[in-house]
Design a protein around this ligand. Structure first.
Ligand code: SF4
Ligand code: SF4
Length: 498
């Protein structure tokens, strides 16, 4: 164990030594310069490919459980039926989005936009508190990459065997292993492509059509497009997506502050690092330089070099290092989830962090707006369009008539009966009662004519008659669900008279 006189050597700035670049501060300036520590880059992956070492441990169990939940939800959600139809379906043909009995129409897309914006702020809030846990534990890119790596491990063996296989010539064993691996990867990719399309085309028809080779060219093309994207992402690009394509990786550090909990190495405890035998007394720090934390890292970085944007907070290095600490009888969490404050020996106070509070408040406000919007959302949609051909017509029996077109949409998933009533500045009447029967999710266009007595002919005892005046009057159209009177909607329009 490190003795008590050991003084930690934490350099304020660490710079990775990059091949071809020499860091040679001028001797004259050395005394005034910030000390520079050159960190050797680890062994270069064969063909620049990272062979991830499989790791077990608490955080890997947590990650696997969350990834499994995510993947199960992805495949099972489209298979759930609710009220006689697919519970979650973006029906592009009908321009409707079904979600467990609620139907969203193109007019409701502001609500969807609010939901996405709120989800983004929730992600920022979680990032300000727990760093990139989304990337490590719930991002589909990570989840699918780990499935592909798991298959690779089962077929080709551990990371060292895979390295050897990479370099070995193409013999029977290599051909069988590689073919099996790619076939299985292809199958998972095809299932993923079909699973994704099942959110847009009923799942009960997608799977039989794709795997029965009876799908239309359009459906086949879309499924294969997403299958190929999955294959390229999870089989070939893997960490490249996180390092070079994902915009979130680039700006997530803007949400970090000293309270943000990320995976970090404790240099004051680990340095000076170096190998030793178990139970051997040593002046060195707790890091035995086993390199396990690098071997298990899906992005191939060495977390001992400090916080890096490549780190997806997956915790694999925490489990690996804890395994080593356990073997050597050292305290756990040389690498662990901790904040900059923890590393400085201070306590974490996220409630004093402006970013944490700001994102939290913004998320709560947006969630309230969405709840209010959903609460006030009507199951009926009514549009009243005035006849633009004539303002009014006078009838022989001393009445004024105005024509309108009602566009009524039943936004529920069951047939509804609605009754129309009129109110406003004048007494209004219809030729007959208007009862509308509208099927689930359908829109009805219904022309109507509204009558009102001519101004001079209105009975003086009529309520609100004092408001009757020539020109334009207010008219209110109200539709009420006959089975559920609380389900109603009204819209104002104008009634014109001479
Ligand atoms: S450094 Fe650790 S937490 Fe970060 S990506 Fe690598 S293994 Fe995961
Ligand atoms: S796993 Fe732990 S002990 Fe091994 S090299 Fe990494 S930090 Fe050092």
């Amino acid at each position: 164990m490190k003795n008590s006189n050991h003084s930690p050597s934490i350099d304020p700035i660490s710079i990775k030594a990059v091949a071809g670049v020499q860091i040679s501060p001028s001797p004259a300036k050395t005394s005034q310069s910030i000390p520079i520590k050159q960190i050797p880059v680890g062994p270069k992956p064969v063909n620049n490919k990272i062979h991830i070492r499989e790791q077990k441990g608490y955080f890997q169990r947590l990650r696997t459980s969350l990834n499994s939940l995510l993947i199960a939800a992805f495949f099972l959600l489209p298979l759930i039926q609710y009220q006689g139809r697919q519970a979650v379906l973006f029906d592009l043909n009908e321009q409707q989005f079904y979600f467990f009995g609620t139907t969203l129409w193109p007019q409701d897309f502001p609500l969807l936009a609010w939901i996405f914006i709120t989800a983004a702020f929730l992600l920022f809030f979680i990032t300000a508190f727990l760093g990139r846990v989304w990337c490590g534990y719930l991002c589909p890119q990570t989840a699918w990459t780990f499935i592909f790596v798991w298959i690779e491990n089962r077929i080709e063996g551990g990371h060292n065997k895979r390295r050897i296989l990479d370099k070995s010539p193409w013999n029977r064993d290599k051909i069988i292993k590689r073919t099996s691996k790619h076939l299985l990867w292809g199958l998972i990719a095809l299932l993923t492509g079909s699973g994704f399309i099942a959110y847009f085309v009923p799942a009960t028809s997608v799977y039989p059509q794709i795997f029965g080779f009876t799908a239309s060219p359009m459906l086949t093309a879309w499924v294969w497009f997403f299958a190929i994207c999955t294959y390229i992402n999870a089989a070939w690009m893997r960490e490249m997506v996180c390092l070079h394509l994902c915009p979130y990786a680039r700006f997530q550090s803007a949400m970090f502050d000293a309270n943000t909990i990320t995976v970090a190495y404790e240099p004051s405890r680990g340095e000076s690092r170096g190998p030793r035998k178990r139970k051997q007394a040593t002046e060195l720090g707790d890091c035995v330089d086993c390199n396990l934390c690098v071997d298990v890292c899906p992005t191939g970085i060495d977390i001992r070099n400090g916080l890096q944007y490549e780190c997806i907070n997956c915790g694999a290095c925490v489990d690996a290092c804890n395994q080593t600490m356990d073997k050597f009888g050292y305290a756990p969490n040389l690498i662990g989830y901790r904040s900059e404050n923890h590393l400085k020996g201070q306590s974490n106070k996220p409630l004093t962090s402006l970013k944490f509070l700001g994102y939290g408040i913004a998320t709560m406000v947006m969630l309230s707006v969405i709840c209010m919007d959903i609460y006030l959302k009507k199951d009926i949609q009514l549009n009243v369009i005035r006849d633009r051909q004539s303002l009014y017509r006078e009838t022989l029996d001393d009445k004024i008539e105005n024509s309108y077109t009602l566009k009524v949409r039943n936004k529920t998933q069951s047939e509804k009966h609605y009754r129309l009533s009129l109110s406003g500045d004048r007494p209004y009447s219809l030729q007959k009662n208007v009862d509308l029967k509208i099927k689930a999710g359908e829109q009805l266009t219904y022309p109507i004519t509204v009558y009102s007595q001519a101004n001079g002919a209105i009975d003086k005892g009529t309520p609100d008659v004092h408001q009757v005046k020539a020109g334009m009057a207010r008219i209110v159209f109200q539709l009420r669900d006959t089975q559920d009177p609380s389900n109603q909607i009204s819209q104002d329009s104008n009634f014109f008279t001479p």
